[in-house]
Design a protein around this ligand. Structure first.
Ligand code: LLP
Length: 422
């Protein structure tokens, strides 16, 4: 499952030493484990057993083509959020009948592209979008299959930027209009209404939230069925949280007393919701992103400088917020440890990047093994929403990406060069 581990004092990914990879390709560098990607897909599939379902990997979490090919080869589906992601899904080999299209703001050309490629279905987020899809489908002489996203006004205790299921959020159609929108959709000639979709947010770690949300959808399906509206599919979205603390352990690493291993797993979250969902007698869809890919990647970086002020010690590294924005944007925690553990001299430091923003940091007041210029550090659990959110801010070139497969490793994306920023 977790393919990043220490052998003696050296960090490895599968059967490869990460010092070697960092030396060969330079830093900052994203490194992924193929075995871990496959394991995560299979683990999720196993929870469903014989249940009629389709898991659609949420491409926005990590859209590297090589990674998409690995996931497509597992036979699961993909959820795209833009024409670019639709293109990548098709190119990676996902079968069109396993591709779904989400998003509140689909452009006409994106809808057309999806219809022309006969994707499985659209997730519709507003009444106006419903009519536009119907019109475009009529023009192309196609039938658009849809699920309708309902907003159940459920609060997910996560960062407000990634909570999506509350009334004040832009997502979905308010529950009180659910029947009305289904009735309207059923009148449209080029629309086939298949089911309900809900997605209440990301990095949700409380099983109760999933149970509450599952009950809300299943109850609505009952209400609709009582009104003679058929609902064949229930799309439960993504959002399954992952453990970020205490990811790797070693006797010489500082212990994270505050966050003892929570043993949080996607399997447990899914297992909590599944019995409720199953009662709906529908085909169940999910759209896992982070839960498939977060734990499969790390960001490697090199210490450039140490800087001590009267208040703090800064470890200035060669990766910045343009490479990994999660700490700056959501105050997210990512475990950081040396690739080669040389000592157990802990110090409290801020690990910061080179950009001209005080928000450019990876850790604040963090206990870290003493590190100095030239040392490599690993920033863990950065497979999801890492590279995809990278930018060229401050004229910085986006990092390279490497895949480890057993005792082999290879580039799956080149480091950018000057021509990419010209
Ligand atoms: N389905 C829909 C409709 C979504 O909008 C998303 C993510 C997912 C599924 C996948 O959610 P996941 O299983 O990965 O939680 N950049 C943020 C996360 C943004 C999530 C956006 N939507 C972060 O770094 O935490």
């Amino acid at each position: 499952m977790y393919e990043f581990h220490y052998r003696n004092n050296e960090l490895w990914c599968e059967d490869i030493s990460l010092s070697e990879v960092a030396e060969k390709f330079g830093t900052p560098l994203y490194v992924y484990s193929k075995r871990s990607i496959i394991d995560h897909c299979r683990e999720i599939e196993k929870v469903f057993g014989e249940v009629d379902h389709l898991s659609c990997y949420s491409i926005k979490a990590n859209s590297n083509l090589n990674i998409l090919k690995i996931i497509a080869a597992e036979g699961i589906g993909a959820d795209a959020g833009s024409i670019g992601e639709l293109h990548l899904a098709l190119k990676a080999g996902f079968s069109p009948d396993k591709i779904t299209f989400s998003g509140v703001g689909k452009r006409d050309d994106e809808i057309e592209f999806a219809l022309q490629n006969d994707i499985n279905l659209f997730i519709v987020e507003s009444e106006e979008e419903l009519y536009i899809i119907n019109t475009i489908a009529a023009k192309l002489v196609k039938i658009a299959r849809i699920q309708i996203r309902i907003n159940f006004d459920i609060s997910a205790s996560t960062h407000p930027y990634i909570s999506t299921g509350e009334r004040h959020n832009k997502f979905g159609i308010e529950q009180m209009y659910a029947e009305e929108i289904f009735q309207k959709a059923l009148q449209l000639k080029n629309i086939e209404v298949l089911g309900i979709h809900t997605h209440i947010g990301s990095q949700i770690t409380d099983p109760e939230t999933f149970i509450e949300s599952a009950k809300a959808v299943v109850d609505l399906i009952k209400v609709l069925r009582n009104k003679n509206i058929q609902v064949h599919e229930l799309n439960f979205g993504g959002g399954f949280g992952v453990q970020y603390h205490d990811f790797v352990k070693h006797e010489l690493l500082p212990t994270d007393e505050e966050h003892v291993d929570s043993k949080l797993t996607t399997v447990k979250l899914l297992e909590a919701a599944l019995p409720v969902l199953k009662a709906s007698n529908t085909k169940i869809f999910i759209q896992p992103g982070r839960s498939i890919i977060a734990h499969t990647g790390v960001l490697l970086t090199k210490v450039l400088y140490r800087k001590t002020t009267s208040e703090k010690t800064f470890i200035i590294v060669d990766a910045g917020m343009n490479d990994l924005i999660r700490p700056s944007l959501y105050k997210s925690y990512h475990q950081i440890s040396p690739i080669t553990i040389k000592n157990s001299e802990y110090e409290i430091v801020d690990v910061v990047g080179p950009l001209c923003e005080s928000g450019d940091y990876f850790a604040l007041n963090r206990s870290l093994n003493y590190s100095e210029r030239g040392d490599h550090l690993s920033i863990f659990c950065t497979g999801a929403y890492g590279y995809v959110l990278a930018s060229n801010y401050n004229g910085r070139l986006k990092p390279a990406e490497v895949m480890v497969d057993g005792d082999k490793y290879f580039l799956i994306r080149d480091r950018q060069s000057f021509k990419d920023i010209e």
